[in-house]
Design a protein around this ligand. Structure first.
Ligand code: AMP
Length: 284
């Protein structure tokens, strides 16, 4: 496995692999890898070669967000990549990705107007811009994204369709700790008490799923029950809990088709996200 920092080094490597007719899978990450990331790498092994990018992308962080404190550990990440069979790590610094005269951005409407897009106004511009750049550098056949970031996955799929990017986007299930907390690099911020409190996200998901299974189709009733449940946890502060159409990310009063129920909740100062998708039966 190789670790490279320059765009040209990635391109040279890809060129060699392409000469040999090899297929390429790509897993974009911000590093501090955990089993969620590892599940994407494992899935990407269905390609002949696997590239993992590790880049804490400044463009997708707001001015008051955790860019500076975001956890980083390249050594540990390299071992995890190697253990899971990755062939190349691309670890650029911000100056390599964004030259001083960088003026081009990818913006998206509709899908970015709710959920995290509402609380983090320029977040998806940063995500789309960096992911499109990475796609152009790595030119993968397939790229792997977690359903943990459900809005991001929908946005990337839409970008690839809208801009005719020649890559297949593969969504992978949420990997959880044994007690149900969705794995996240940001879980490392949590104190012991906060770690316990963080379970409220998963428990509210269990409640929401149960209500949907029992036939609840009124978005306001569902969301309100989940919010009331979360508010019982003193360390939790809700950013949002919403039910949206899984394709458009638009809110609906009556739930039908495939629905995404997504949330962002602060546990202390740490903002955590989680979600589930529910397919309502025809006519349900
Ligand atoms: P990040 O490093 O947080 O930007 O995440 C990189 C990729 O890993 C994204 O596609 C995430 O959705 C995915 N990911 C992060 N956490 C998980 C998880 N717990 N389960 C599945 N995928 C995840």
């Amino acid at each position: 496995m190789k670790i490279v920092h320059k765009i040209e080094e990635v391109k040279a490597c890809i060129k060699e692999w392409r000469k040999e007719g090899l297929s390429i899978g790509f897993v974009p990450t911000m590093g501090y890898l955990h089993e969620g990331h590892e599940s994407l790498i494992k899935r990407a092994m269905e390609n002949d070669r696997v590239v993992v990018s590790i880049f804490v992308n400044p463009m997708q962080f707001g001015p008051k967000e955790d860019l500076a404190s975001y956890p980083r550990d390249l050594e540990r990440d390299s071992s995890r990549c190697m253990e899971n069979g990755a062939d190349l790590i691309f670890h650029p610094n911000p100056e390599e990705m964004y030259k001083e005269d960088f003026y081009t951005y990818v913006d998206m409407s509709v899908l970015t107007e709710e959920l995290c897009g509402l609380s983090r106004p320029l977040h998806f511009r940063g995500v789309c811009t960096v992911v499109l750049k990475l796609f152009n550098i790595v030119t993968p056949d397939r790229a792997y994204f977690g359903e943990k970031d459900a809005q991001q996955l929908a946005v990337i799929k839409r970008m690839v369709t809208d801009l005719n990017v020649n890559v297949e986007i593969i969504g992978c299930p949420i990997i959880r700790e044994s007690d149900g907390l969705a794995m996240s690099s940001r879980n490392s911020y949590l104190s012991e008490a906060e770690r316990k409190a963080a379970l409220i996200l998963y428990n509210s998901i269990k409640l929401g799923k149960q209500m949907m299974k029992e036939g609840e189709r009124d978005a306001a009733v569902l969301v309100s029950a989940m919010k009331v449940f979360i508010q019982k946890e003193p360390l939790a502060k809700i950013d949002y809990v919403k039910a949206v159409d899984a394709m458009t990310m638009r809110q609906a009063e009556k739930l039908n088709g495939t629905v995404l129920i997504a949330m962002a909740v602060y546990i202390g100062k740490t903002r955590l996200i989680d979600n589930f998708t529910f397919k309502c039966e025809e006519g349900g």
